[in-house]
Design a protein around this ligand. Sequence first.
Ligand SMILES: [Fe+2]
Ligand SMILES: [Fe+2]
Length: 186
Amino acid sequence: MLNNEPKLLKDVLLYENGHIRRTKHILMVYSLAKSISSEEGLSLEQQQIVQSAAILHDIAIKKCKRKYNDASIEKQQLECIPVAKKFLKACNYVPSYTEKILNLIYHHHDYGACQGIEHQILIEADLIVNCLEHRNYREKAADVAVHFHTKTGKELLHKLMENKEIPSLNTLHDTVQETEDLPSIH
Ligand SMILES: [Fe+2]
Ligand SMILES: [Fe+2]
């Protein structure tokens, strides 16, 4: 099967080896990317590219932490292409998909330099999840709202900003995990 997205998701989750925070992050970014790209009317090919990039977008973090003890954006950009390429090859991605997916992964933190609708949707899905993972998710959502341009992404983000629930969505368990991982924006 070409462009085998179900296998890609399974392979990446296995690679993360049960790491709770990263596993949850991947699944949430993937599901939001899928919903937003469909709601925004992307072609099937575009949807598959965004979804695959969502699965792989933080793939370099594990290697960067091991190799440098540093998963900064710069270190991730150094490592992400060869790691992601291996996963895509194992899942029979065609070159035209691979090239676009790698580009999205490499630029997924470049909020100010949008390269198209696929890039925009990956950024929005990732930022919404980053907000959900943040202790002060309402403030975080307000901070990142400037980066949202799709109707669907804005709708979803605004629900977070308007949420009056207290406390935030983080549990004590999540907070401990975050601390252990020295989180940055992923
Ligand atoms: Fe991320
Ligand atoms: Fe990231």
